[in-house]
Design a protein around this ligand. Structure first.
Ligand code: HEM
Length: 206
């Protein structure tokens, strides 16, 4: 068999079998090297980047004014937001509340009124929830429930008592109206009257 092959190589190519196989090996090596140039480079290994957030830092009782420092403009500070006078660390929701995010206007504020009314208006970016209707208060409770279950509570808003010269009047206190409202947050999160319920969770993630 081998003899026949050698004879065939000599007959067909005029080369000795050793020369023939040397040329064949060189040709294959050359092909291999050249074809490597045209292959697309292998995809880089997929690194799953997961930002490691520092644990939430307690801020205790601070004023609405002090809360503004935590609006996400300083990346070294946690991103905070308050509902009904309760401050939550929403750093993990930086996509929502961080600079450029769709809800950045809520960051560093007590956004109770805006959330209750589903409003983005400047005048509603306040913790003052006086005069809201029952449906708005219910919506607010649903938001509170969502925040309580998703984010860590890190402090409370210090009540600001207006310096009036008239008789002491509690209505100027920011937190009280919220505290007075009856019933805790709804147990049924499905009732959340919000368009997000029809949207996809991944929006903020990728
Ligand atoms: C066209 C109207 C709106 C659309 C399509 C929309 C859509 C969304 C979507 C897709 C999410 C992400 C949901 C999730 O991953 O849990 C979201 C979250 C949120 N939305 Fe809206 N939204 C709208 C209006 C509003 C309004 C009017 C407010 C309040 C004034 C609001 C407040 C929020 C808040 C606070 C979150 C973040 C909740 C969290 O921290 O998990 N949205 N929205």
């Amino acid at each position: 068999m081998w003899e026949m092959l050698k004879e065939a190589i000599v007959a067909y190519t005029g080369l000795s079998p050793a020369t023939f196989f040397t040329i064949l090996a060189l040709a294959l090596a050359f092909y291999h090297a050249i074809s490597g140039f045209f292959e697309p480079p292998p995809p880089p290994p997929r690194v799953v980047e997961r930002e490691v957030l520092p644990p939430p830092v307690e801020v205790g009782e601070i004023t609405e004014e002090e809360l503004k420092a935590y609006d996400g403009t300083d990346p070294k500070k946690s991103l905070l937001m308050a509902i009904k006078g309760q401050i939550y660390d929403v750093s993990q929701g930086r996509g929502f509340y961080g600079p450029g995010g769709p809800y950045a206007l809520f960051a560093g504020k007590d956004a109770s009124r805006a959330l209750a009314k589903m409003s983005f208006e400047e005048k509603d970016l306040t913790g003052d929830i006086s005069g809201l209707g029952p449906f708005e208060l219910e919506a607010l409770n649903d938001w509170e429930f969502k925040f309580m279950s998703k984010y860590a509570k890190v402090g409370t808003i210090k009540k600001t008592v207006a310096a009036t010269d008239g008789p002491a009047d509690d209505s100027s206190q920011t937190e009280d109206a919220a505290v007075k409202d009856e019933g805790g947050p709804s147990e049924n999160q499905d009732e959340l009257a919000h368009p997000k319920e029809v949207a996809v969770e991944e929006v903020a993630k990728e």
